[in-house]
Write a protein that binds this ligand. Sequence first.
Ligand code: GLA
Length: 385
Amino acid sequence: MNKQQLIAAFADKFAGQTGTVYASPGRINLIGEHTDYNGGFVFPGAVQQGIMAVIRPNGTDTVRALSLDLNEYGEWSVNDPNGPKETCLRFVYGVARELIERGVDVHGFDTVFAGDVPLGAGMSSSAALESCFAFGLNEQFGGSISKWDMVLAGQATEHKYIGCNCGIMDQFASVFGQAGKLMRLDCRSREFEYFPFDPKGYRLVLVNSCVKHELAGSPYNDRRRSCENVTKAIQALHPDRKIETLRDCTWEDLEAVNATCSAEDIQRATFVLGEKDRVLAVCDALVKGDYEEVGRQMFRTHEGLSKEYEVSCEELDFLNDIAKECGVTGSRIMGGGFGGCTINLVKDELYDAFTKRAVEAFEAKYGHKPIIIDVVIGDGSRRID
Ligand code: GLA
């Protein structure tokens, strides 16, 4: 779907009218998985795929919204305390409510939206949708909220209207992304820096398994709860220290609560502490241009996500094994888990052999082809003039 087609669909739906077009991307994440809600570091970048929406205030208090991809249409009042039931419309509803809470004078509007970021691939199609409306509605209704407020409005939409207690990585990457640059974000202080990413001789490629085993909400929230349980147990032993998340905890702290926390919670926290170390190792390696080390850490993250955090699945472990067999530099599951893609750091000369083998071997075993997506780091939320 390009901009012209979206504008045509809007005119078709809303009596020949036209509106302003906004876009917001999905994201990749080089390393730092499930660290955002633990106050740690993440390394995301926006991709070129995303969500596009035409938005036009309609002078009433009614929102009229059409999702072209899912063919879902709904109308609701901006003051409606319940909102629509269809998930894709609830994102729009939730973002509008969150903007109002942040002082933006949102009234009724007409909108048509569509996207090319694959759903359930771990590339944050939902954050793309939230950020697109946070950016677009702020501008259309004369708001002056900051980019961080847009990020937080998107995250609050997930928490309050969708039921997923996500961190801030996805919305951050979608709003703040810049072409050609990854971003290293400290999720505790919210300080971040742009990191030009141009690994000479290597490519980043996603292999989308196109499987989604469980709904993102509950197992994701369970993982988060485990981290909070362990944090609380460590806090109780150290009332004198400022301990807010696992970011503030050491390996010794974890050892000290080994007997009091459940084995499952300890296992989850072990992953998070290990991931904290891996992110720092990757930062060092990137500064030195040592991509072999970046790749080794990616494989370790996969191992941790699979065995300790238990958010992988058979198909993703299979893709990871293929990557190893092909001599790929680094490979791991990307995003929340339970399906979706692996992200792979591949030497140029191995790219063709690896992608061919991944597609063929996966299809032979699982009966459908995975989708190869070359990563191009793109821009964040914007108006398309
Ligand atoms: C999902 C969440 C993010 C983050 C990742 C895992 O994408 O939305 O906040 O926790 O999972 O790193």
